[in-house]
Design a protein around this ligand. Sequence first.
Ligand code: HEM
Length: 484
Amino acid sequence: RRSATAHGHGLRLPPGPWQLPIIGSLHHMIGKLPHHAMRDLARRHGPLMLLRIGEVPTLVVSSREAAREVMKTHDAVFATRPLSPTMRAITKGGLGIIMAPYGAHWRQLRRITITKLLSARRVLSFRAVREEEAAAMLRACAAAAAGSRTVDMRERLSALITDTTMRAAMGDRFKDREVFLRALDRAIVLASGFNPADLWPSSRIVSRLSGAVRRCEEIRDTSFRILDGIIEEHLERMGSGGGGEVEDLLDVLLKVQQDGELPIPLDMDVIKVVISDIFAGSETTAPTLEWAMAELVQNPEVMERATAEVRHAFAAHGSVREDKLAEAELRYLPLVIRETLRLHTPLPFLIPQACQEPCRVLGYDVPRGITVMVNAWALGRDERYWPGDPDAFRPERFEAGGGTADFKGADFELLPFGAGRRMCPGMGFALANMDLALASLLFHFDWEAPGDAELDMTEALGLTAHRKARLLLRPILRVPVPGV
Ligand code: HEM
């Protein structure tokens, strides 16, 4: 506590745990996942806590009131992103939307994203893509059911989301697809880890020894090269007047570029980073679905109710169709998804923000330039907001008489998609994928875990709070899968 105020030159800085030279507060996190360690520290030091992660001063936000101050009251002050050296390398200085500094470039991209790339109408235009990919997943599950085999849910759900995203973003007819996906995965691992280059950004020696920035640049160049080829194909196709049945997101961006009506011309490198952002954003969807299936299998009463609802709604159709999904107005399944996002917030600290000018939050001074992390995972499991059983998977808590909190950015105890001006613009895209996938899996199959042991629900360290153990489940066919 003292060290925080002593360096504050008379400012009233937020309290925090004691720090060591060089490593700062890192020793408080040893042996724990960072969001767990921060929750435990916040219980001692309060909802607004100042730490040093390596040499990076960081403010950790852990209460509903503090989150509201940062994401609503002072939204504009905190609307920029800190750029770590690895992120700077991958995004070529924050060229895309996710890591763009707050300003005219981000505002323009945000407008394009909201109105053209991820609008409700655009999401709807990919309905056939989603249905085809869901059908492919169901066929694989039916084959496993016929052979009494288990399904590796991570592999299946990742394939579903990657293939859907790939087709929506730029079609699937290109070579080097696997190289591109591997490059993206490696970039995410490098930039999301606690790597030395990001912990001590001012040290050239550390940067050189770690090599992470160089590797990120190489990865970016590889994915840029592949994207160059894909862009060329798209331009040729557009030039010859041909196109796919559905306009993909790259088509949309290239058209916006060619229209030439933007105040800031859309550079090709910007387009490449935006397309990569769409993939990075989608990395959150498959882990959420995997958690949802694990929680459902662990909680048979919830599984039974969700399954009964879906089977009742689609009995007459023989399969889940997306247009009927909207008409069916399922009530319970969306709560299952909401409860999954509460307990297993895919980005436990959201995406870091940075303070653009000195500001006062809950009576404390927050200095300019500080990195801000909202511990959304801790908010989602806080006894104060989820009384009685915050760790239990109970979608009923959102029904009449229970809480009404939703994840649309107005309830600061439930923030899986963030809030304020940097809130996730991909929510509709993600929910469309999750609703269809989950409803389809429950409609056609019963699911059980092999063996009697409880599922291991441990989380792994990474960009997203994914399961450590792979989820292997046995499907039992209940309603025939069309075409099988
Ligand atoms: C379960 C799925 C998803 C979750 C939980 C999620 C969560 C988030 C969060 C927490 C943020 C930061 C919000 C903030 O700073 O307040 C974010 C930003 C973003 N997300 Fe998502 N996301 C998901 C899916 C997607 C998908 C599918 C896409 C794209 C197709 C996407 C695209 C983006 C973009 C572009 C941003 C940056 C917005 C900006 O900085 O202005 N997300 N997301």
